[in-house]
Design a protein around this ligand. Structure first.
Ligand SMILES: Cc1cc2nc3c(=O)[nH]c(=O)nc-3n(C[C@H](O)[C@H](O)[C@H](O)COP(=O)(O)OP(=O)(O)OC[C@H]3O[C@@H](n4cnc5c(N)ncnc54)[C@H](O)[C@@H]3O)c2cc1C
Length: 536
C-alpha cells in the first residue's frame, strides 16, 4: 500500500486562507453553496467536468443533515413497495456505483435481520420475504453482482440468536436475512467527496456563510473573521438542504425529524447484523438497530414533521428517546434501562412540500431554477437542488450541474462521477462466506501493513495515516487515536475541536467521551498549526 497522499486533496487551514484570497480575485464558473453530500457531490461533479468551482459552507463539511443519517445506502425497496419503480431503480443503481466503483472503502454490503417475533404474523413474514426477493431483482437490474450483495434467506431461531444473542428467545421462530449497503460513516463520505473535488481543483471554503445570492454570485461572510466579501460566479448551485429556502424563495420544504439512540460498546454484546425492529401497527415500517465499527450501536429512527425555524443542530427530544427504547426493549431478552442510552442525535430530512400540503414526495429530489429561456430574462443564475437522500447524492449532483451548465451556457465535459473513485478508494471486494458483521479488508492487522482498523477508516490512505498514529498512538475515545486527529487537521480540513470530534470522527456522539477527548483534540490542532509536516 502506497504511503504517499495526493497532496492536491489535502484540506487544511493554510489552504483555506489561500483559497479565500483567490476567491476574491477570480470569477468561478460555478459557486456551490452547502457542503453536505449533495453540495460536495456537486462540487466534485462540476470540477471533474473541467469547470472552475468554489464551494462554501457556513460551518464545516457535513455539518448539516448528512451526518445525522442512518448510514444506509439503500436499494430502493421501500419505493418499490409504493409503486415508485423509477426512484427504486435509481437508488439501486447509485448503491451499485458506490459499492463497485466510487467508494468501496466507505460503503459495504451489510446483513440485516428481521427477528420473527410474535409481532410479525406469518402473512407479514411472507410479504416481507416477497419484498426482499423483489429487492434482489432490483439489484440484478442495476447490475450489482451478487457476490457484492448476497440475496435474502430465512434463518432458524438458533442462527438468528447467534447474530443477535440478546434477542429474547420467547416466541422467536427465526429471522429474515437481507443485505443492503451501508456507510461506515456518513460524514466521512462528505469529507472524501470534498477532498476529491479539491483534487480536481475545486476551492473548498468552510466557515463561509452565503448571506445573499446576487445574480453575479453571492455575498458571503468569513465566519472566522466576520469579514464580508463577494464570490463571483457564472452560476450558483444552492445545495443547502433544509436551509435551502433561506437563499431561494421558490423552495418549499416540510422538514421531518429523525432521532437515533447511541448505545455504548458492550451494551448489546455479540451484535453483528443490523436488526429491523417491528413497529407495532406501522405496516411495512421498521426501526433499525445498527452496530458501528467503533463498537457502539445506533437505534433509530423516528419520522416527525417539524414546524418553525430550522435550528443549526436539531435536538433529540426525550419522547423520541423513550419511544425508540420501547421498540428495542420489545425484542430484548433483558430490557435496557434509560441510563443505557449513552447519547442521542436527531436530523431533519429536507422533504419537499407538495402542492396542497406535505405530499410524500419525500425521498425524491428536485432541481429548481436555471431553465433555459428564463435565464436571460430573469438574470437568475441560481439552481437549487433539494430533497432526495444520501444514497442518490451523486445523481442529484449530476442533475443540478447539468442544469447549471445549460443555464449559464458553460463549456463543460459530460458528467464523470459514476466511475470516479473518491480519495482512499480500494478495489471492491465481495462478501466472504464466513462474514461476521463488519468485515475488515485489505490488511490482516499483522505484519508490515497498516492495521485493519485504519484500512477500514482510511482505505488506501491507511499507509499514509500510519506514521501519525505511530507518533501519537494514545486513544482519545471510540477507538480513535490522537494521530488520526492530527491527520484530520493536516489533510481533512478540520479547523477546530468540533470538526475533529463531531464530524471527522464521531467521538462526540457521547458527551462524556467528547469531554475526555477535548484536550487531545486541542493538542493536535496546535501541532498542526505549528507546522507538523504534512504527510509526516
Ligand atoms: C434521521 C435521518 C436519517 C436518514 N437516513 C438516511 C439513510 O440511511 N440513507 C440515505 O440515503 N439517506 C438518509 N437520510 C437522508 C439524507 O441524510 C439527506 O437527504 C442528505 O444528507 C441531505 O444532504 P444535503 O447535502 O442535501 O443537506 P445537508 O447535509 O443538510 O447540507 C446542507 C449544508 O448547507 C450548509 N448551509 C446552509 N445554509 C448555508 C448558507 N447560507 N451558506 C453556506 N452554507 C450553508 C449547512 O451548513 C450544511 O452543511 C436521512 C435523513 C435523516 C434526517
Amino acid at each position: 500500500m502506497d504511503s504517499s497522499i495526493d497532496i492536491r486533496s489535502s484540506l487544511n487551514a493554510p489552504r483555506r486562507r489561500a483559497e479565500l484570497a483567490r476567491s476574491a480575485e477570480e470569477t468561478a464558473d460555478v459557486l456551490v453553496v452547502g457542503l453536505g453530500a449533495t453540495g460536495a457531490g456537486a462540487a466534485l461533479d462540476a470540477a471533474a467536468r473541467g469547470l472552475s468551482v468554489v464551494a462554501a459552507d457556513a460551518h464545516d463539511l457535513a455539518f448539516g443533515t448528512s451526518r445525522w443519517s442512518s448510514k444506509l445506502i439503500h436499494g430502493g425497496l421501500r419505493y418499490l413497495a409504493k409503486g415508485e419503480v423509477g426512484i427504486a431503480h435509481e437508488s439501486a443503481v447509485e448503491r451499485g456505483v458506490l459499492l463497485r466503483h466510487t467508494a468501496p472503502h466507505l460503503v459495504r454490503a451489510h446483513p440485516y435481520v428481521l427477528p420473527l417475533t410474535g409481532d410479525v404474523s406469518r402473512a407479514r413474514e411472507a410479504a416481507v420475504m416477497a419484498g426482499y426477493r423483489l429487492g434482489d431483482a432490483l439489484r440484478a437490474a442495476a447490475r450489482t453482482p451478487r457476490p457484492l450483495l448476497p440475496g435474502p434467506s430465512r434463518l432458524d431461531a438458533a442462527r438468528t440468536r447467534r447474530l443477535a444473542p440478546f434477542l429474547s428467545p420467547d416466541g422467536l421462530r427465526g429471522g429474515l436475512l437481507s443485505w443492503d449497503g451501508r456507510l461506515l460513516d456518513d460524514a466521512r463520505l462528505v469529507v472524501a467527496l470534498a477532498r476529491t473535488a479539491a483534487a480536481h481543483g475545486a476551492r473548498i471554503l468552510t466557515r463561509c456563510r452565503v448571506l445573499e445570492l446576487t445574480g453575479r454570485g453571492a455575498r458571503a461572510r468569513d465566519e472566522l473573521t466576520g469579514e464580508e466579501f463577494e464570490i463571483r460566479a457564472r452560476v450558483v448551485v444552492n445545495a443547502t438542504g433544509v436551509w435551502a429556502g433561506g437563499l431561494d424563495p421558490r423552495v418549499r420544504l416540510r422538514p421531518s425529524r429523525g432521532t437515533h439512540l447511541v448505545l455504548a460498546p458492550g451494551t448489546l454484546p455479540g451484535l453483528t447484523a443490523g436488526l429491523h425492529l417491528p413497529i407495532p401497527g406501522a405496516g411495512n415500517r421498521f426501526a433499525l438497530l445498527l452496530p458501528q465499527p467503533d463498537g457502539r450501536a445506533y437505534a433509530g429512527l423516528t419520522d416527525e414533521p417539524v414546524d418553525g425555524p430550522v435550528p443549526d443542530v436539531p435536538e433529540a427530544p426525550e419522547e423520541d428517546v423513550r419511544a425508540l427504547l420501547g421498540l428495542l426493549n420489545a425484542v430484548l431478552d433483558v430490557p435496557l434501562p434509560r441510563e443505557a442510552v449513552a447519547g442521542a442525535y436527531a436530523g431533519l430530512r429536507p422533504l419537499l412540500a407538495g402542492e396542497g400540503g406535505t405530499a410524500d414526495l419525500s425521498r425524491r429530489h428536485a432541481v429548481l431554477g436555471g431553465e433555459r429561456g428564463r435565464w436571460g430574462a430573469r438574470g437568475d443564475a441560481v439552481v437549487t437542488v433539494v430533497g432526495g437522500k444520501l444514497t442518490t447524492y451523486r445523481r442529484m449532483a449530476q442533475d443540478a450541474v447539468d442544469r447549471a451548465v445549460s443555464a449559464a451556457g458553460l463549456g463543460a465535459g459530460p458528467c464523470r462521477t459514476a466511475r470516479l473513485p473518491l480519495v482512499g478508494a480500494l478495489p471492491a471486494q465481495g462478501v466472504s462466506g464466513d462474514w461476521g458483521g463488519l468485515p475488515a479488508r485489505g490488511a490482516s492487522g499483522a505484519g508490515e501493513g497498516p492495521p485493519a482498523r485504519l484500512v477500514e477508516r482510511y482505505g488506501a490512505e491507511a499507509a499514509a495515516v500510519l506514521p501519525l498514529v505511530r507518533a501519537y498512538p494514545e486513544e482519545v475515545g471510540a477507538g480513535v487515536t490522537a494521530g488520526e486527529l492530527l491527520w484530520s487537521a493536516l489533510h481533512e480540513g478540520a479547523l477546530d475541536e468540533g470538526d475533529l470530534l463531531d464530524r471527522r470522527t464521531r467521538v462526540g456522539l457521547v458527551a462524556a467521551d467528547r469531554a475526555a477527548a477535548l484536550p487531545a483534540a486541542r493538542a493536535m490542532l496546535a501541532r498542526a498549526a505549528a507546522g507538523e509536516p504534512p504527510g509526516a
